[in-house]
Design a protein. Structure first.
Length: 198
């Protein structure tokens, strides 16, 4: 068995475990602890296997981009884990006390990921992984370029709108818009490209 296959199997097992634990365990403290640990383990595996996953050499700048995004995601998971464990109801929720902070952090994360997204190499683990983006490298590039272009305006609009509209709605609509625009456009691009080849 190739090392890359073992990594895929291990990440699949961790993902399925996280999904099952979310439904099976009723004690929120234990659930947060186990999910946090599994999330951290999977991100560490991704970091250690970055060169094999993206099939590029160690010195390639795109590997550094993958590692930077991975470390940033790891930091977010750890911060969410700490924030959830310290909150009274053991959940990350937008309240009147923390609404500006959470929407602001969401906006910063969107801009950070958006800035780096065009540099993410074609892979199956990190990025906008849709059936059509992981099948065609050109579609992957189009989708991630659009993620980059849309992230700054959406994040800024989302932050401004949070002062006028319900924060949960702003966060949900902003995130869905950020994901849906490149998803739909890349699907249309892929469909037209596929149709043109036939």
């Amino acid at each position: 068995m190739r090392k890359n296959d073992f990594t895929r199997i291990l990440l699949l097992i961790i993902s399925i475990s996280m999904f099952v634990i979310g439904f099976v365990i009723s004690d929120m403290n234990i659930e947060i602890l186990i999910l946090g640990i599994l999330g951290i383990v999977s991100l560490v595996i991704l970091d250690r296997q970055a060169t094999k996953i993206v099939e590029l050499s160690e010195g390639n700048p795109k590997v550094k981009t993958v590692r930077l995004l991975n470390m940033f995601t790891l930091l977010i998971v750890i911060l969410c884990f700490i924030f959830a464990s310290l909150s009274p109801d053991n959940q990350i929720s937008i309240t009147e006390d923390n609404k500006t902070l959470i929407i602001g952090l969401m906006s910063v994360c969107m801009m950070f990921f958006g800035n780096l997204s065009p540099k993410i190499p074609f892979n199956r683990y990190l990025g906008l992984r849709l059936p059509w983006t992981i099948r065609d490298e050109e579609t992957w590039k189009v989708a991630h370029r659009l993620v980059g272009y849309s992230s700054f305006p959406i994040a800024i609009i989302m932050f401004i709108m949070s002062f006028f509209i319900d924060d949960n709605t702003v966060g949900m609509v902003g995130f869905l818009t950020w994901v849906m625009i490149p998803s739909i456009y890349s699907f249309i691009f892929y469909y037209k490209k596929l149709k043109g080849l036939n």
